[in-house]
Design a protein around this ligand. Structure first.
Ligand code: UD2
Length: 320
C-alpha cells in the first residue's frame, strides 16, 4: 500500500504532522528528511509506524521513486528563517525553490494524488490593512519570503498545467513543543521559552511592538490533514492562510510568559532585523469555509503546553 509522505517529517512541524496523520488513522507514514534540522528523536514515540528515508529533496534521482503513487505528499521540507536567507541565500534558494520544483515534478511523474505545500505568511510582507487575506498582492521582503512564494506559484501552475492537485497553506509563525531553540535563527518563542526558564532576558529586535499571529503546531498539523481531504474542485491550485486569527506583540508575549511563570524580567532590545515584517495576522475565513479550519488552541493554551514541554526537557537536562 502506498503511504502518505511528509517531506521534512523529522522537523518540529513535520513530526507533529506525522503524529496527527497516525492519530487520524494512517497505518504508516513515510518521512523524507535530510536531517539538516530534523531529528530522529522528534519521531521517537511513533518510530515503529514511520518509514524514514534520509534523502535530500535536491537529489531528484533518489527523491522521485519515493514519491511514486503517494496518495498525499505533505511538502514541509525547507530551510526556514528570514535572516538566514538574507545572510546566506544560496542554500535556501536551492532547497525552497529547486527542491519544491523537484517534489512537484516527481509528484506529476509518479502520479501522486495531491501535494499539500507549507507556504509562509512572510509572502505578504507589510500590508496596509490587517488581517491579511489571500486576495492581497504579495510583497515579499526577504529571499525566504520570495522563495516560499515561488513555491506557491509553482504549485498552482502545476495544478493548472499538469492537473496535479495542490493546496498551499501559508503558515503563520508556528510554535509548540520540539521547536529547536539552539540557533540564532530559531523561532522567537522557542528562544523566549528557554530564556524564561533560565531567568535570563531575551533580546528583542526593534521596539518589540511588531506583532505576530502565533499558531499552535497541532492546529497547523490538523489543517494540513484537512487540506488533503477537501474537494479538489474547491481547493486545488489555491492558497490558504494557516493562522489562528489573533495578533500579539513581542512585548505583550514576553510579559504574558513572565506572568505565567510568576517572574519579572525586563527584555533587552537590539537593532531591528532586516527583512522583518512589522505586523502579521491571518484572515482565516477562506480556510474555515473551504477546508473546515477550526483552531482548537488559544495562544495562551498553546503557550502553556509549550512551556510545560520546554520545562520537562530543561529539567531532564539539569538532572543528567
Ligand atoms: C517568518 C514568517 C513565519 C514563518 C517563519 C519561518 C512572517 C510574519 N512570518 O517568521 O510565518 O514562515 O518566517 O522562519 O514573516 N525576534 C526577536 N528576538 C529573537 C528572535 C526573533 O525579537 O531572539 C523577533 C524577530 O525580529 C521577529 C519576531 O521576533 O520580529 C519573529 O521572528 P521569528 O524568527 O520567530 O519569525 P518570523 O516572523 O521571521
Amino acid at each position: 500500500m502506498k503511504l502518505p509522505v511528509v517531506t521534512g517529517g523529522a522537523g518540529f512541524i513535520g513530526s507533529a504532522l506525522v503524529r496527527t496523520l497516525l492519530e487520524k488513522g494512517a497505518p504508516r507514514v513515510a518521512v523524507i528528511d535530510n536531517f539538516s534540522s530534523g531529528k530522529e528523536e522528534n519521531l521517537a514515540e511513533v518510530r515503529e509506524n514511520v518509514d524514514v528515508y534520509p534523502v535530500d529533496i535536491r537529489d531528484y534521482p533518489r527523491l522521485a521513486p519515493l514519491l511514486e503513487g503517494a496518495p498525499v505528499i505533505y511538502h514541509l521540507a525547507a530551510i526556514p528563517s528570514v535572516p538566514r536567507s538574507i545572510q546566506d541565500p544560496v542554500p535556501s534558494h536551492e532547497v525552497n525553490i529547486n527542491g519544491t520544483f523537484h517534489v512537484l515534478r516527481a509528484a506529476v511523474e509518479g502520479r501522486a494524488g495531491r501535494v499539500v505545500y507549507a507556504a509562509s505568511s512572510s509572502a505578504y510582507g507589510d500590508t496596509e490593512t490587517l488581517p491579511k487575506t489571500e486576495s492581497m498582492a504579495p510583497r515579499p521582503k526577504s529571499p525566504y519570503a520570495m522563495q516560499k512564494l515561488a513555491g506557491e506559484y509553482y504549485c498552482s501552475v502545476f495544478s493548472s498545467c499538469y492537473g496535479l492537485e495542490t493546496v498551499s497553506l501559508r503558515f503563520f509563525n508556528v510554535f509548540g513543543p520540539r521547536q529547536d531553540p539552539s540557533s540564532p535563527y530559531s523561532g522567537v518563542l522557542s528562544i523566549f521559552m528557554t530564556r524564561l526558564l533560565e531567568r535570563r532576558p531575551p533580546v528583542i529586535f526593534g521596539d518589540g511592538e511588531q506583532s505576530r499571529d502565533f499558531t499552535y503546531v497541532e492546529d497547523v498539523a490538523e489543517l494540513c490533514w484537512k487540506a488533503a481531504r477537501a474537494p479538489a474542485e474547491a481547493v486545488s491550485g489555491r492558497v490558504y492562510n494557516a493562522g489562528n486569527g489573533g495578533r500579539y506583540t513581542l512585548n505583550e508575549t514576553w510579559r504574558l510568559l513572565c506572568r505565567m511563570e510568576g517572574v519579572e524580567i525586563e527584555p533587552e532590545y537590539g537593532p531591528p532585523r532586516p527583512g522583518d515584517v512589522r505586523h502579521s495576522q491571518a484572515d482565516t475565513a477562506a480556510a474555515v469555509r473551504d477546508l473546515g479550519h477550526a483552531p482548537r488552541f488559544t495562544f495562551e493554551e498553546g503557550l502553556r503546553r509549550t512551556l510545560a514541554w520546554y520545562r520537562s526537557v530543561w529539567q531532564a537536562s539539569r538532572a543528567s
